[in-house]
Design a protein around this ligand. Sequence first.
Ligand SMILES: *Cc1c(COP(=O)(O)O)cnc(C)c1O
Length: 482
Amino acid sequence: MIPLIYEMSKAGRRGVRLPDCTVPQTKAKIPAALRRATPAALPEVSELGVVRHFTNLSRLNFSVDTNFYPLGSCTMKYNPKVCETVARFDGFARLHPLLPQLRNGGMLTQGALRVLYETERMLAEVTGMAEMTMQPMAGANGELTGAMIVAAYHRRKGNRKKRFLIPDSAHGTNPATAAIAGFSVTTIPSNAKGVMDLAAFKQALGDDVAGVMLTSPNTLGLFERDVQTVCELVHKVDGLAYYDGANMNAFVGRVRPGDLGFDVVHLNLHKTFATPHGGGGPGAGAVGVKEPLRQFLPISRVIKRDDGTYALHYDEPHSIGYIAPFYGNFGVILRAYTYLRLLGAEGLREASATAVLNANYIKACLKDVFDFPYEGHCMHECVCSASRQEAHGVRALDIAKALLDRGFHAPTIYFPLIVHEALMIEPTETEAKETMDEFIAALREIARLAEEQPATLHAAPVTTPVGRLDEVEAARAMVLRV
Ligand SMILES: *Cc1c(COP(=O)(O)O)cnc(C)c1O
């Protein structure tokens, strides 16, 4: 076990020794009442001690750089390191957002504005939208932007609309977003095939419907076959169709939500477009809209002038206003830009094909030991149920923990909510067949243990730095300080 850095502290030990100060000290200017009476209780450690401490801590981390990370709905893929290199270029990383755009040093920001502009154009092409904004800081923030745009559209037309229709397989952020934007939510059930029930949708549709929010492939990893009909029907009541494209991994370069009839989309640049994520950020939830909704996009807008220069534009009377400070998470946008330029149209098509192939390979190799509740091919992820193992007292949680002992990150579990004992596996396009074969072998071994020695799985994980936690206790009685 690695000690806390405070436990390593020895009185008088130092990391660096600074020479005596040769300029007058300003301590006297700090009012006496604000000055410490006793020195801060900082750990006293050597430089080597600090380096070893943090290096050893970092080795406890699980990451895409170290192991397979099939966390469904998160697209935890290997992202090219060249994207990291570009994001760290001095000319980008050291820019200040308040530098002038054109005259008096504007040359410094023209490149960054061009990156914003061109990323918007490329993603508009990928999604089939007229215009994009790079402002939102996360997928959920993008959803909120989209829902606010839908609200602005109806307000401007004088429409009295108050409901959003959202399928029960949706990510939790969908209904939460609609509610925050002031709408009520009608949940549409999925049918036996795992897609939204069209009859139930038709029944729920009415003049008070502001829009529908759909995810396709949905969180079961299935293609929503009726999307075009759904978009047409919602348009008939002057509602708008919103596409949750957080995981575009199956569609990129193949299907454009704009062509299917959607009016608003959001993408998670930190899932599909090359920013490693996890642990809460950073993210970017790019939002795209069709032509009639352009006027409602958040400010600032990046424009290209006739003379070829770029500028930020604020004079948009119908804009929903600011959705994030400055111009979004620029580093994340820069990684997406690099990734798009690196792969090009052909590369993106190949990536989505491989992502779908990999998920179907895993499904095909596990079909005889795990229950897959929905027939047919999946898209970029597959969802199975541990119901067969549950009969022996082994649950999805036990299987997830047993995978940790075998060097794999667990799949997403207990989501989507409509699958009993769900395990949601997303291999992504970047994994080699050998890696997937090892993962499949581990899951098959766990399935065998579930039948023969179920008790051994209840103890897992036994090889990780921290064993099985009482998760309720961990959430209720948090210990946050020494
Ligand atoms: C991840 C995800 C979101 C939310 O994105 P955040 O960046 O975590 O806010 C929304 N919808 C779907 C389908 C997702 O997978």
